[in-house]
Every structure is written in C-alpha cells, then in structure tokens.
Write a protein that binds this ligand. Structure first.
Ligand SMILES: Nc1ncnc2c1ncn2[C@@H]1O[C@H](COP(=O)(O)OP(=O)(O)OP(=O)(O)O)[C@@H](O)[C@H]1O
Ligand SMILES: [Mg+2]
Length: 226
C-alpha cells in the first residue's frame, strides 16, 4: 500500500536533521566521504526543486507573501512537501537503497514535521498520518544546537537568514519538536550535540554510524574539510 510496505532493501538509510544552519550539509559531505571508502553512497537533499521552486512556496519561504495569508498556507505546505517527499522516495531514493547504497538524506520528514509544528500547526495526529508510509530511517541523527548558534552559522556562511530562521519563537519550537519527537520516539533516532567544531562533530557522527550500522569507517582516515 505504501512505500513502507515495500520489500526490504539491502542498503541503509541515514537521515541527518537539524535546525537550518545547524551544520547538516557540512556533516553529510564529510560522512559521505568517510563512507565512500566502505560503501556505495548516495546523497539526497529533500525537498526537491519541484517543491522549492513552486512560486507560492517560494513566496511563503522568502516572506514575500502577505503575513495575513501565511497561516492559511501551513497545511498546504505540509501536503506539498509530503507529496514531494513520497515522489522522491519512490523514484530516486528507494532505487538506490534497493541497489544496496548507503543513502544519506540531508533533512528528512522529521524536518518537515518539526517545521510545520513550529509554524503553529497543532494537529500532530494529522501530520503523523501524513508521513506514515514513508520509511523510518535505519538511523536518524538530529544535530542539536541552540537556535541562536544556528543563526550565527547561517550568517557566518554569508547567507541572510530567511524570516522563519530569524524568528526565535519558531526556531525554539522546531528544536523542541526535534528533541521531543512527537511523531513517535524511535531507538534509531539519535540526538547529537552539534555545538562543537566541524571535526569533533564529524567524529561523533562517524562513531554513531559505525556503532549503529556496523559500517567499519576508520575515523583516522576520514577526510578533513579544510
Ligand atoms: N560545527 C561547526 N562549527 C562552526 N561552523 C560550522 C559547523 N558546521 C558548519 N559550520 C558552518 O556553518 C554554516 C552552516 O553550515 P551548513 O550549511 O552545513 O548547515 P545546514 O544545516 O546545512 O544549513 P541549512 O539548513 O541552511 O541547509 C556554514 O558556513 C558552515 O561552514
Ligand atoms: Mg544545508
């Protein structure tokens, strides 16, 4: 019936989640480099451009939509993001998992879930049901960092934070959701302290991946980002 009921795959699905600016893309890149010594690795960055480039979605995310219309769009955004995620899973991610790849997802459904709740949407049950047929990753890493530090990292990248990223109430609510996991706690969901250097965090990520998935990554040979 859903993607989740498909035949088991040979590969492994690792999701990296966290607030915007928490360091996901940096860590996904480093983890992919480390893993490529021992596995075939694919990297995906949900959501796809089909979602991102939708003019109405762009107007919401960029803050050009009138503020009094934003709230009405929250459920619609969740539906569009979920549809985009299901399609990407079916057409792009599952084939790589079935081919035996270790698939790294830079964000996953939990990011959409936390973000939707942070936008003031309170119907958690509806959200849980919306994502019910997406595969639960073999490992999810939540890179935990205080919102103000994530904002600093966004600015350090030279990016202007988007209106939601600069809203402390929204980022605090998103962090709380990531920590509390209202979608249902899973043993495979791990909270990692991301308030440390790139290299220290990369080592912690490698350690969890090695322990959980029994992938023998040699921490000593991992590429340094610099
Ligand atoms: N551990 C770290 N310590 C300090 N700076 C970091 C760390 N990790 C990443 N950065 C820097 O912070 C900025 C944001 O990192 P990155 O782009 O990886 O975050 P992200 O979570 O992917 O952001 P987004 O959600 O916007 O995609 C970058 O400039 C990056 O070089
Ligand atoms: Mg990123």
């Amino acid at each position: 019936m859903g993607l989740r009921d498909r035949a088991p795959y040979d590969g492994a699905l690792i999701a990296i989640c966290g607030l915007d600016g928490s360091g996901k893309t940096t860590q996904v890149k480093l983890l992919a480099e480390s893993l490529s010594a021992v596995a075939s690795v694919s990297v995906f960055r949900p959501v796809t451009d089909a979602f991102r480039n939708d003019p109405t979605v762009t107007a919401y995310l960029d803050g050009t939509m009138p503020a009094d219309q934003r709230h009405d769009m929250v459920a619609e955004l969740a539906l569009l993001a979920a549809a985009d995620g299901f399609r990407q899973m079916r057409t792009a991610i599952l084939p790589r998992l079935q081919a035996g790849d270790v698939v790294l997802c830079d964000r996953y459904i939990y990011s959409a879930f936390a973000r939707t709740l942070a936008r003031g949407f309170e119907d958690q049950d509806w959200l849980s049901r919306l994502y019910r047929y997406m595969p639960v990753p073999d490992l999810t890493l939540f890179l935990d960092i205080p919102p103000e530090k994530a904002l600093e990292r966004i600015r350090s990248r030279g990016s202007a934070p988007r209106w939601e990223e600069a809203d402390p109430a929204k980022t605090a609510a998103a962090r709380a959701a990531f920590l509390e996991q209202p979608w249902g706690r899973q043993d495979t969901y791990r909270i990692i302290d991301a308030e440390r250097s790139v290299d220290e965090l990369a080592a912690a990520v490698r350690q969890v991946v090695t322990e959980t998935l029994r992938l023998p990554i040699d921490a000593g040979t991992a590429a340094s980002p610099r």
